[in-house]
Design a protein around this ligand. Structure first.
Ligand SMILES: [Zn+2]
Length: 530
């Protein structure tokens, strides 16, 4: 039988503690959906006790059906000197209503004595009571043994007693944490092996990357018998980050044959990692193992020649196996399979070696060079392809637009107005609108101008707006990429615009958003007619 490893993602909790990371409640929902689609077993989504925003999030998630993952809330053991029933944090954690809870407790004698300043025995009681309380309340309990590896280095016997206390309380999982990220693979291997033998409770591992060894340490723990791996899908987290699951999942599944996600989802790994980066508004490092843009990019002439004869000559796994692409840099060969994957749903007849596929590959390359990226903006890509292949009839044309900013008025607020001129079926329409920012004003002006022609646009609103200043080495300095997400209450779509001018970039993304909605409405009408 295939060995199963439970993947536990903490992007929304530990990941959110990474510098520069902040999620809206809407972002969090999207991330939960994205991770569930990938097929992870647990999604740790926050600490309801420490944070009212997390509590609101859990409230909104109640009743949401996930296909693979169990939503997990995170919190601490009860405080000292308080009964578990009366502990505020414990009660918040319970009221989050998740099927699973992760409870962290101290496993290092030094922390017990010097940080929380309770007796060693009281700490064991805190762990035991809290775990037992959640078991009594029908939760699956994951006990995170904080600072376990450092604790074991200081007083191994006590570190193991904390694990035993969790086992006595009835914990379903005991997770060994390398909280400071300073442990070495061999040490992790030996101590995990010992815990697996001693405890009779499934063991997990939670590593941080402060020594650059979180992936290696996690894999060594699994080699020693751990059956749950915690981390964050693209590795971000406190300080230097958490164990990078997008490297661990394929390593265990493709190379060791241990199942981490359903087999058919492995090819979604790259798209999922990139989508998560987009939602988080971070740039995925190009050299990220398996999922980075450069993970299978070949530049040297000899390498290209060798790879075209035998891909394994310079690739440790098939790029397709994780949904990534081999990229032959500076050549027209790159990207065709990516394009084909994307385009085939609406152009099923398109062949990889056709003239059109070549044309689209060139187009994509040109657009990427200009700073476009379509991983998080599939709708703009569809429009681009349709336009280039002559399968798009414009709904309107923007003749010109003007945005005026009035800088601080008496009440200190900035006022923005937008004027636009559009042409629909030869008819020119002008409109003007005010907004609380230039993009808002522009969006309103568009709606006003188009309202008489396309009333369906009234249901559309923007749900997200993100701006990224592109790296100077990636494109020209100071270009900005604007990503817009829209919804009409039924479907959600995302579009992108790039320019050196933020207003123009926003306008391009807005126009795409409107065109896409109109296009889909026409398609739906044709479908209903057929
Ligand atoms: Zn952590």
């Amino acid at each position: 039988m295939t060995r199963e490893i439970q993947v536990y993602d903490s992007t929304l909790r530990d990941g959110a503690q990474g510098e520069g990371i902040s999620f809206s409640v809407e972002d969090k929902r999207k991330i939960v959906k994205t991770l569930d689609d990938l097929g992870v077993a647990y999604i740790e989504a926050g600490n309801p006790g420490s944070n009212p925003k997390d509590m609101e999030f859990f409230g909104g998630m109640n009743g949401l059906k996930l296909e693979h993952a169990k939503l997990t809330a995170f919190g601490s053991t009860r405080r000292r000197g308080v009964s578990v029933e009366d502990d505020q944090g414990v009660r918040s954690l319970l009221s989050a209503g998740t099927p699973a809870v992760a409870i962290f407790g101290k496993s290092s004698d030094v922390h017990v004595k010097e940080i929380i300043k309770v007796s060693l025995e009281e700490n064991l009681a805190m762990i035991r009571d809290t775990v037992a309380f959640f078991k009594k309340n029908g939760r699956e309990v994951i006990f995170d043994a904080e600072h376990f590896f450092d604790g074991a280095a200081s007083d191994e016997e006590y570190a193991f007693r904390t694990l035993e206390a969790a086992a006595e309380g009835g914990a379903d999982w005991i997770v060994l944490c390398d909280t400071n990220g300073g442990s070495f693979p061999l040490q992790v291997f030996q101590l995990t092996g010992k815990a697996v033998q001693k405890l009779g409770v499934p063991i997990g591992v939670h590593c941080h990357d402060d020594s650059g060894m979180a992936v290696a340490n996690s894999i060594m723990a699994v080699e020693a018998g751990a059956s749950q791996v915690q981390g964050t899908l693209i590795g971000f987290g406190e300080r230097c980050g958490n164990a990078n699951l997008s490297a661990i999942i394929p390593a265990l599944q493709l190379k060791r044959g241990w199942r981490c996600v359903p087999g058919d989802r492995m090819t979604e790994l790259t798209a999922t990692a990139r989508l998560l980066a987009e939602i988080s508004n971070v740039t995925l490092p190009p050299g990220m193992p398996y999922v980075g843009r450069s993970a299978f990019a070949h530049k040297g002439g000899m390498h290209i020649d060798a790879v075209s004869k035998a891909p394994s000559s310079y690739e440790h796994v098939e790029p397709d196996s994780v949904g990534n692409d081999r990229r032959i840099l500076m050549s027209e060969v790159s990207g065709r399979s990516t394009i084909l994957n994307k385009v085939q749903p609406y152009f099923p007849g398109l062949k990889k070696d056709s003239k059109e596929a070549g044309m689209l590959a060139d187009l994509l390359k040109e657009m990427e060079h200009r700073g476009y990226q379509y991983e998080g903006a599939e709708s703009s890509f569809e429009l681009l392809v349709r336009k280039r292949l002559g399968r798009f009839k414009p709904f309107f044309r923007v003749e010109k637009f003007t945005v005026i900013e009035e800088l601080p008025l008496e009440n200190g607020r900035v006022s923005s107005s937008a004027l636009i001129a559009i042409v629909v079926d030869g008819e020119k329409k002008l409109s003007a609108a005010e907004g609380n920012g230039p993009v808002h004003a522009l969006d309103k002006a568009f709606r006003l101008a188009l309202d008489g022609f396309y009333p369906a646009l009234r249901r559309v609103h923007l749900t997200d707006y993100k701006v990224r200043v592109l790296d100077p080495q990636e494109a020209m300095a100071a270009r900005v990429r604007v990503l817009i997400e829209s919804t009409d209450g039924h479907m959600c779509w995302s579009t992108v615009g790039v320019s050196t001018d933020i207003i123009e970039a926003s306008c391009l993304a807005l126009v795409d958003s409107i065109e896409y909605k109109l296009l889909k409405d026409v398609e739906a009408r044709i479908k209903a007619f057929i």
